[in-house]
Design a protein around this ligand. Structure first.
Ligand code: GAP
Length: 491
């Protein structure tokens, strides 16, 4: 059974994943707090992401730039001018609405990338009124989506909370190019918060005002756009695509070699598309049918992109395929912008040439991915609910239970737990019937349940129950650690 958004919200709240921030004060729209299970799941996603993407090249590293950056950064990046949302204000109640969103709700189409004038006309033509009070809507106006800050005692230093982690990597490129022995490609990854003053935050953690991004900026030589040294690894690998030409039709599947020939995409770009897809299908174990890359047309692309395909997952609670990330070829847009405004040359000397490096960005919204993982892995069975996450993503890998709290079983179970928790994310539970304890752990995804029972006292073994099949095996206590390690790594 698939959860709808209300059920997912209820599940996330009641089972310790996430809920609206500052809840005891009535909640703070657009901001979410992660609870114990949500935090563990999020950290694991970030850890897996880090391991996978930094491993793509020996010259890829993680950095931690500041969340707050001076205004000049965003003049250079184009955000001050271009990072705007179309807003329609209600003349009666004063509420500001995202014009493209109210049109989307009304006409069930996507209106991103359409000009303010066109949106105003569409609102008028379709007689759309304020969804809150039915008042008349004023003309659509662009509104800068960044949070401004007044820094310093006098508040006279203009700054912004970063709207994307990417700029932190760009302003640090030159220094890292020098520190890291002047090699390309060079990858700088940032996992951290981004902030956007969304006009209408909605759909739980998929459109928030403060969210986490995991982004990898790959700086490379533009003369090598049509090659990749490990091209052979992916050339026959098939990627799932939804190009502009297929809108309203089905996805297509092409080998990377075919993508280059038929869709005229550069090899450097396509190599990374393949790696992103492998991350979703092979590491996160997302079913193939739920995944696709969607091409954005010139009108829809972010202002800095030359090539832009979104990473989409099919989320029935949100009505279909939704963007969870993107593969962006940003060219020299950002580094040239920073060269102009900082007045520091961003040209590098590499391979006997002087040039500005180009950027390929792999961008992921961590919270949207967490939301998707919960929806895609949650299932209801006859007498239980299971969050069937892969073992390395489950908040807890195992739970240890004494069958009863007497006859020395509890002491022995505690000893087993103390040993296992050194190597696994483990939890101990001795309250309620065994059936109820299984149910609780299945629902938050705990991969194994280990029960210490009366036989343990005689035979020194415990029951290991598998979350997905409910199958049980007996394992000697002294072999428990090794056996569970093997099982976790093979799942
Ligand atoms: N650096 C490129 C960039 O920021 P983006 O498409 O604006 O590109 C990247 O954002 C990802 O960040 C999105 O694919 C989405 O997963 C996530 N994201 C963007 N806005 C968000 C929001 N308001 N709430 C939650 N996630 C968001």
């Amino acid at each position: 059974m698939i959860m709808n958004i209300e059920e997912l919200s209820e599940f996330a709240r009641k089972k310790g994943f996430f809920w609206t921030s500052s809840e005891i004060y009535g909640g703070f729209t657009g901001f979410y707090d992660y609870g114990v299970n949500g935090t563990l799941l999020k950290r694991k996603f970030e850890h897996i992401w880090r391991k996978y993407f930094l491993n793509l090249n020996d010259n890829f590293y993680e950095i931690e730039p500041s969340d707050i950056m001076p205004e000049k950064v965003f003049i250079a990046s184009g955000h001050i001018t271009n990072f705007v949302d179309p807003v329609a204000k209600c003349r009666k109640c004063g509420t500001q609405h995202r014009a493209d969103h109210i049109l989307e709700d009304f006409l069930k189409r996507n209106f991103e990338g359409i000009t303010a004038e066109e949106l105003t006309k569409l609102i008028k033509d379709n007689r759309i009124v304020c969804p809150k009070c039915k008042g008349e809507l004023a003309d659509v106006k662009p509104l800068v989506m960044m949070f401004p800050l007044a820094v310093g005692a006098e508040g006279d230093i203009k700054a912004y909370l970063r709207p994307e982690t990417a700029q932190g990597a760009y302003v640090n490129f030159l220094r890292h190019f020098n520190i890291l022995r002047s090699k390309l490609p060079l990858g700088l990854a940032v996992i951290g918060k981004a902030y956007r003053n969304e006009i209408s935050p909605r759909n739980l953690t998929t459109r928030m005002r403060e969210f986490t991004q995991a982004e990898l900026q790959i700086f490379f030589d533009p003369n090598k756009l049509d090659e990749h040294e490990r091209w052979n690894e992916v050339k026959n690998y098939k990627v799932i695509l939804y190009p502009v030409s297929q809108r309203g039709k089905k996805t297509i599947t092409l080998s990377c070699e075919e993508v280059v020939k038929k869709l005229k995409l550069p090899k450097f770009y396509v190599w990374h598309l393949a790696k992103v897809q492998q991350f979703y299908l092979e590491i996160l174990k997302i079913p193939e049918t739920k995944f696709r890359f969607k091409e954005l047309s010139e009108d829809e692309r972010a202002f800095y992109n030359k090539i832009h395909w979104d990473i989409e997952l099919e989320l029935e609670s949100l009505g279909g395929f939704k963007e969870v990330g993107g593969v962006h070829y940003r060219g020299d847009y950002d580094l040239s912008g920073h060269e102009k405004i900082s007045k520091e040359s961003h040209k590098i000397f590499f391979d006997n040439k002087k040039f500005i490096a180009h950027v390929l960005e792999l961008s992921f919204g961590v919270d949207r991915n967490i939301y998707a993982l919960i929806e895609l892995f949650y299932r209801k069975e006859k007498d239980r609910a299971v969050l069937g996450l892969p073992a390395n993503l489950a908040p807890f890998q195992l739970a240890v239970f004494p069958l009863v709290n007497k006859g020395n079983l509890d002491k022995l179970a505690k000893d087993v737990y103390e040993t296992l928790k050194k190597d696994f994310d483990a939890v101990y539970d001795d309250s309620g019937s065994i059936g109820k304890r299984y149910y609780r752990e299945d629902e938050r995804g705990t991969f194994f349940a280990i029960t210490v029972d009366y036989d343990t006292l005689k035979t020194d073994d415990v029951t290991v129950r598998f979350r997905d099949t409910t199958k049980q095996i007996r394992v000697k206590i002294k072999e428990l650690n090794k056996t569970l390690m093997q099982l976790v790594s093979s799942n």
